[in-house]
Design a protein around this ligand. Structure first.
Ligand code: GAL
Length: 343
């Protein structure tokens, strides 16, 4: 073999050894980086409306969870909470921003639960898992990716438990509910947003259960007050004027509207009307204690936020989810609820 050829081969051989060595080093280094746990996580949270009382209760619990996780694990949690102010357009931009900031996971309370697809598209493209809560996206959307989760309360259970409060109160104090003693409870209904699963299903099951259990009820009227105290108060004021002395019970899809009805009852000087809610927000529980509400169905907000944060942090850290959560179809969690009624 000629000297120049031998020299070239020797050089090539050396180069191959160097490359091999560098390759081993690099793969070793990247493995080390993969194995190294993160020291901080970033979670983008978007709320459908920052002024919603129940959502605010959940938000406070979530912040508490994040703090205690930091203390327990030493991992820094960047919880970026934004208010979508009732606009799906604003929320879509918030999702875009979260992704561009490098959020590890998203926590979304959708404005329009029927229109979650563009947020899902963005998250899927960027491979960022999403935990939706409280406003359930349609099943077709939820089934698009195995990195989508949903947490909320079971609206059918809320309705049945609410009916149970009225039934028990009626059995114990029939004259308190049937004020005119005609054997029938005349009620008005305050409902949440028309497209919200919690409004539609709660109403259906509350009324159906009362009927099934033989509680004699008769509807005077009803209306949509979008979960809001002031809207409920305005509607109730109209009804009190239109049906003086007729209303005996106010069935409300949530506590804030129940409190609005009570505001109107006080303003109009009406008396004896019973009001029942759902949520167990602090102001609602207070009203039950004071005796202005006969009861409420209280969701366990601490547990709600605990489970939500557990999924968020595991996803952000790239870990397996806690098998004890026993998610329905691997993606749904229903938060437990209990009844709080007058003692
Ligand atoms: C319901 C809750 C309401 C309101 C609404 C917002 O589950 O009972 O008070 O917060 O969600 O989506």
């Amino acid at each position: 073999m000629k000297k120049t050829v031998r020299l070239k081969m020797l050089k090539l051989h050396k180069l191959a050894v160097i490359c091999l060595f560098a390759g081993i080093c690099l793969s070793g280094c990247s493995k080390q980086a993969d194995n190294q746990e993160k020291t901080s996580i970033r979670i983008g949270v978007s709320l459908y409306r920052g002024d919603d009382i129940f959502i605010n209760n959940i938000r406070s619990e979530l912040e508490r969870e994040a703090k205690s996780y930091e203390q327990e694990t030493g991992i820094k949690v960047n919880l970026d909470i934004q208010d979508a102010k009732g606009s799906q357009h604003i929320q879509n931009s918030q999702v875009e921003r979260f992704i561009s900031l490098g959020c590890d996971v998203l926590c979304i309370n959708p404005v329009d639960r029927m229109d979650a697809s563009s947020m899902i598209d963005q998250a899927m493209t960027a491979e960022v898992p999403v935990v939706f809560f409280n406003r359930q996206p349609v099943e077709e959307d939820m089934n698009r990716w195995d990195q989508l989760y949903y947490l909320g309360v079971d609206p059918k259970e809320s309705g049945i438990l609410q009916a149970g409060i009225v039934e028990k109160y009626y059995k114990e104090n029939p004259e308190q509910l049937d004020l005119n003693g005609n054997g029938v409870i005349s009620y008005v209904l305050l409902e949440g947003e028309s497209s919200h699963q919690d409004a539609l299903i709660r109403t259906e099951w509350s009324i159906q259960t009362l009927k099934d259990r033989g509680v004699p009820i008769e509807k005077i009227t009803g209306g949509i007050a979008n979960w809001e105290r002031s809207q409920a108060s305005a509607l109730m004021e109209q009804w009190l004027k239109k049906y003086p002395g007729e209303i005996e019970l106010v069935i409300c899809n949530n506590d804030d509207m129940a409190l609005g009805a009570i505001d109107a009852v006080k303003r109009e000087g009406a008396s004896g009307i019973s009001v029942v809610g759902i949520d167990g927000v602090e102001s609602g529980l207070e009203a039950v204690k004071e005796g202005t509400m006969i009861g409420t169905v209280s969701s366990n907000k601490e547990q709600y936020a605990k489970v939500m944060f557990s999924i968020l942090s595991d996803k952000a850290m790239g870990r397996e989810l806690d098998p004890e959560l026993e998610l329905e179809n691997g993606k749904y969690y229903r938060c437990p609820q209990t009844v709080k009624e007058q003692e």
